[in-house]
Design a protein around this ligand. Structure first.
Ligand SMILES: [Zn+2]
Length: 238
């Protein structure tokens, strides 16, 4: 289901098993469109979070995705763009929503991690409330990760919580402690087949990392391995 649908279901009405399918469109929106089409062909509805940047936001693609029944959300990084100036950032946040809402029904948000910046865009919400802007939920603040298993492809693996600087939820380590940790996609498929995968989960992917082209796959492998070394070192310094 989409993130918005998850938010709309009351506790007692939650289905026994479900997956909230989330995609962060950091760049290469064409890859996300391909993913959206594959999901559509399988009857899956997902949420795609777009940045307000030329490398991510593409009106034609947003329109197409919405017509396939997917949800469109805002992948915000306004506080980083405004260099920490909160008044400026909330102005940019409102403007971005207005631009997106001209073509899409945007009701949910999710922060873009900006791993190389010292600024955390979520800090904007210590002074402002996104609910005043017609937003019904933020993936970080409004999902219950005690009951929802969270898994992301950050770091080009499914258990990259050590390398992820901000794309993380605090409850993740409790799940890992209980033995819910998967490294490769094959591990997830195996867990689904033998029934050991958590019944309620949010899966986050970055479609720009995914490809069925062998050369592009190898390039992603080498670059991400190099990046993970840097991110690990930065995390140690914190
Ligand atoms: Zn992102």
């Amino acid at each position: 289901m989409t993130f918005r649908r998850y938010l709309s279901i009351k506790d007692g009405d939650m289905p026994e098993k479900f997956i909230v399918m989330r995609h962060d469109v950091d760049k290469k929106p064409g890859n996300s469109l391909k993913t959206a089409e594959i999901e559509h062909s399988k009857g899956v509805k997902a949420t795609y979070f777009f940045r307000m940047r030329p490398c991510s936001y593409d009106e034609d693609i947003v329109r197409k995705m919405q017509s396939l029944g997917h949800e469109i959300g805002y992948h915000y990084e306004d506080l980083v763009l405004a260099n920490g100036d909160k008044a400026k950032a909330i102005g940019h946040f409102a403007e971005s929503l207005q631009t997106m809402r001209a073509i899409a029904d945007v009701k949910t948000i999710c922060m873009h991690g900006s791993p190389l910046s010292g600024i955390d865009s979520k800090d904007l919400w210590s002074d402002y409330d996104y609910k005043d802007y017609g937003i019904v939920g933020d993936t970080f603040f409004d999902a219950d990760y005690k009951t929802l298993f969270y898994i992301t492809d950050t770091g080009r693996m499914w258990n990259g919580h050590e390398v992820s600087r901000r794309d993380n939820v605090p409850e993740q380590m409790e799940w890992v402690g209980k033995g819910y940790a998967y490294h490769s996609t094959a591990d997830i498929i195996e867990a689904l087949d033998n029934g050991s995968f958590p019944h309620r989960a949010m899966i986050t992917t970055h479609p720009q990392r995914w490809t069925d082209n062998g050369f592009a796959w190898l390039k992603e492998l080498v670059l991400q391995n190099a990046k993970n070394v840097v991110k690990r070192a930065m995390n140690k310094r914190r």
